[in-house]
Design a protein around this ligand. Structure first.
Ligand SMILES: *Cc1c(COP(=O)(O)O)cnc(C)c1O
Length: 396
């Protein structure tokens, strides 16, 4: 496939086999494959990443998903996994050994934070978590043992940005690999490999598959790195099912249409909220007064589906507003067809202590809103009706 094709063309064509007559790809559900002789079977396993050997090693439907993801991220190859956390965990287990150190962000996906904070230290792998909006803090945190910098931008739920090109350049001068979680931005809006990052992962569960009906992940990068991650992957066993790979492929064909629509819709919702007197702050990189709006313009093509906001009435007002809303479902996740909304402090009360939440800068009243594919007019009307109930109830 011609890598100079636009993202839309790659999404619909990058996995095509010219011999194939079917317009939609088949689902290869078989766990193992046969060969004419034992020698031939053994030769299957001598290929770098066999697609027709044993399920855990690879699969033709999975390979098609990987071809499309590599193409749209501008990577040499990709490895699809059973979840985003499968991709992250397998990648970190590949790249890090006892005694190594990671620099990462205070504000990152909760599962990634627990992995860095609770699990990896048991294997003598330490992490320093810093404020991602301060590029100098990355450099300050580097030690002689630092092997990896992990970033996530925009971060969830505060929508803070990391200067991707600056951090990647800094890492390169120290011979450190960089790994970016690009889930929130999506490849439509941001391509970290073009900005010098070594590896990019996605929770395919979110906007890539786009319909909240499949759990999957992917990591993309140079052949040599993905080959090493695959070696760990066949031990970790975070294997995507062929049907889930097929669902992800089916969903991602329309990713640019969905994401561009969500960019527009989230911008409209953010602008509406920013002007509402009951709203104290709106976090959305597309707003001109976002503290890193200039950086957003430089490294993103669009600003994504995710925003968060705080009400003047704090947590109490948030708790009152949320049950009034009719359209967004009270659910985590993002990038699907339906808008979702959560109060992160309530959702993470089991995983993170109150102190960790405060350290991550997540106020009790913060509401995270991920727009779906509804019309912005209806989402705004719904919010407007809910916010009106927060005004002092005179005479009632
Ligand atoms: C959901 C998510 C993950 C984890 O992905 P799973 O598919 O749920 O394992 C990682 N990073 C971000 C930013 C996410 O939103």
């Amino acid at each position: 496939m011609d890598p100079s094709f636009a993202l839309e063309t790659l999404l619909t064509h990058a996995d095509l086999d010219p011999e194939e007559l079917g317009i939609a790809p088949p689902i290869h559900q078989s766990v193992n494959y046969s060969a004419a002789s034992m020698e031939e079977f053994d030769a299957l396993n001598d290929q770098p990443r066999p697609e027709r050997y044993y399920r855990r090693y690879g699969n033709p439907t999975q390979a098609r998903l990987e071809r499309v993801m590599a193409a749209i991220e501008g990577a040499e190859s990709a490895l699809a996994t059973a979840s985003g956390m499968g991709a992250t965990t397998t990648t970190l287990l590949t790249l890090l050994s006892a005694g190594d150190h990671v620099v990462a962000q205070e504000s990152m996906y909760g599962g990634t934070l627990s992995l860095l904070r609770d699990t990896l230290p048991r294997f003598d792998i330490a992490a320093t978590l810093i404020d991602q909006s301060d590029t100098a803090a990355f450099e300050k945190a580097i030690t002689a043992r630092t092997k990896l910098i992990m970033i996530e931008t925009p971060s969830n739920p505060l929508l803070r940005l990391t200067d991707i090109a600056a951090v990647a350049a800094l890492a390169r001068t120290h011979n450190i690999l960089t790994f970016a979680d690009n889930t929130v931005a999506t490849p439509v809006n941001q391509r970290p490999l073009e900005q010098g990052v070594d590896l990019v992962m996605h929770s395919v569960t979110k906007a890539v598959s786009g319909h909240a009906d499949v759990q999957a992940g992917v990591v993309c990068g140079r052949d040599e790195l993905i080959e090493r991650i695959w070696q760990a992957h066949i031990q970790v066993g975070s294997v995507i099912s062929p049907f889930d790979a097929w669902l992800a492929l089916r969903g991602l064909r329309t990713m640019s249409l969905r994401v561009e629509r969500q960019n527009q819709c989230a911008q409209a919702v953010a602008e509406y909220l920013a002007l509402h007197p009951a709203v104290r702050v709106v976090n959305y990189p597309g707003l001109a007064d976002h503290p890193q709006h200039d950086l957003a313009k430089r490294q993103m093509r669009g600003y994504g589906s995710l925003l968060s906001f705080e009400l003047r009435g704090g947590q109490k007002a948030a708790e009152r507003l949320i049950p009034f809303l009719r359209i967004p479902v009270r659910s985590p996740s993002l990038g699907g067809t339906r808008s979702t909304l959560v109060r992160p402090a309530a959702m993470w009360s089991n995983e993170l202590t109150a102190q960790q939440l405060a350290e991550a800068g997540v106020p009790g009243g913060l509401i995270r809103f991920a727009v779906g594919l509804e019309h912005e007019r209806d989402l705004i009307a719904d919010l407007d009706r809910g916010l009106a109930t927060l005004a002092p109830a005179i005479g009632r």
